[in-house]
Design a protein around this ligand. Structure first.
Ligand SMILES: NC(=O)c1ccc[n+]([C@@H]2O[C@H](COP(=O)([O-])OP(=O)(O)OC[C@H]3O[C@@H](n4cnc5c(N)ncnc54)[C@H](O)[C@@H]3O)[C@@H](O)[C@H]2O)c1
Length: 410
């Protein structure tokens, strides 16, 4: 493949999820001919019918623009010279290593139809060495001559479209010419700096970024535990400490969820168990926060003379505020911990989650409020910030520090 003008390029994006869909739409609305592929027939049918598959600010408008730009959606893999693969990369719970099966399977299907000399860009987050260990052997076995590249994504749900345009990006490739070609594609919409490097460095730098976040969150969470034991207000301690010009401690919270920060650090722990001690420790601090929240609920119930667990309500099911993504969310983790402790299922409400996901989930905020005495705020959606006065009669455990009144905190 030669370096041709980007406007005449065709790109196939594999995986129409939280990352693949906005990327495909962005490319299509910037003059690239895009085919979006997903093996999930329901996802493709919904997109073909003109509907986006998740909530994100500006996504519907971008979708309409992309449709005007000619984007099409498919369940089969079209033959092309340029692919972007954005499929899930979970970790194996037993050994903490990456589960590369989604990427490997997508690559195999791409190789079956890819044009000779095609560029196949892995956008999924992968552990350092994944391309060498798992993907190059698949390419070699196919007998095809193609070029692998890695362009990890670092956008955050809730600000995806803005960050797609403005974030800096990393592109790893074996040859500068291929890196430049991939750069040309992303440059169609990305105004941020695009750093070109080798594949392993690109793999490592992405995982390292999320691990940095996890460690910093763990520090704030550990401080919350220390302050609780010591009868101190962790938020005030952090507020004052952050006056130091080189200190920027994050806020504690009920745990870490989502598809990135709670997953990617495990890749390093799995591959480097001897070296990644701090990383493991941070991951464990964060994944035990739901146990800490449960202990806080028990203490608060005792303090306020509450005994009826069925009148405990959890506010928020998503892993962060103002999005509808519930993957690995602290609330789901807390519900699991409550179940393991043989506690009755609490009432649950999340204004962003329309589908039924857990037992006793309510879709009516007022009915939810009528059924509870204690509300545990686990997500700081705008909605709850705007309904503070409705909680005046309730005992509130505010794990996100979003309430103005001094209720119970972490
Ligand atoms: N969600 C985020 O905020 C975020 C941010 C940065 C990076 N990432 C990374 O991006 C990657 C994708 O994450 P996501 O959140 O978009 O996942 P997702 O689960 O939302 O979407 C993945 C999509 O891929 C499809 N799929 C899986 N295998 C396929 C195959 N072989 N062929 C066709 N379609 C296939 C699934 O049906 C699904 O629709 C992951 O590696 C993730 O770590 C995610």
């Amino acid at each position: 493949m030669t370096t041709e003008p980007q406007k005449s390029m065709e790109v196939c994006v594999i995986g129409m999820g939280y990352i693949g869909l906005p990327t495909a739409l962005m490319l299509a609305s910037h003059g690239i001919r895009v085919k979006g592929v997903d093996y999930n027939k329901d996802v493709v049918a919904k997109l073909q019918a003109g509907h986006v598959t998740f909530k994100e600010e500006g996504l519907s408008e971008l979708f309409d623009e992309a449709v005007r730009g000619g984007i099409t959606f498919h369940t089969d893999y079209p033959s092309s010279g340029f692919y972007i693969i954005a499929v899930p990369t979970p970790y194996n719970v037993s050994d903490k290593k990456i589960d590369p099966s989604f990427v490997v399977n997508a690559l195999k299907d791409v190789l079956a139809v890819a044009k000779d000399e095609a560029v196949i860009t892995i956008e999924s987050t992968i552990s350092p060495g994944t391309v060498d260990k798992y993907l190059r052997p698949v390419v070699a076995a196919s007998g095809k001559h193609v070029h692998l590249a890695h362009a990890p994504e670092r956008i955050i749900p809730g600000r995806m479209l803005k960050e797609l345009r403005t974030n800096a990006r990393t592109i790893g490739a074996d040859e500068p010419g291929i890196a430049k070609l991939v750069q040309l594609v992303y440059q169609s919409f990305c105004e941020g700096e695009i750093v070109l490097t080798d594949i392993r460095t690109a793999e490592m730098s992405k995982v390292v970024e999320n691990t940095f976040r996890d460690i910093n969150i763990a520090y704030a969470n550990e401080l919350a535990k220390i302050c609780r034991k010591n009868g101190m207000d962790v938020y005030e301690v952090i507020r004052i400490a952050n006056k130091h010009p080189r200190v920027n401690i994050l806020q504690p919270g009920p745990g870490v969820g989502g598809h990135c920060i709670s997953v990617d650090p495990w890749f390093l722990v799995g591959d480097f168990p001897e070296e990644a001690k701090l990383i493991r420790q941070a991951r464990e601090v964060n994944s035990h926060m739901p146990d800490f929240v449960l202990q806080r609920i028990k203490d608060i119930m005792k303090e306020h003379g509450l005994a009826d667990w069925s009148r405990v309500g959890l506010y928020g099911l998503t892993y962060k505020e103002d999005v509808d993504d519930t993957r690995e969310s602290p609330t789901l983790q807390l519900l699991q911990v409550m179940k393991q402790n043989h506690l009755p299922a609490p009432a649950v409400f999340d204004p962003m989650v329309e589908r039924d996901l857990v037992p006793r989930q309510s879709h009516d905020f007022e009915a939810f409020l009528r059924g509870i005495d204690l509300m545990v705020i686990l997500v700081g959606h705008h909605h709850i910030r705007e309904h503070q006065e409705d909680l005046e009669e309730k005992v509130v455990l505010d794990t996100r520090h979003v309430m103005q009144s001094a209720g119970e905190r972490l």
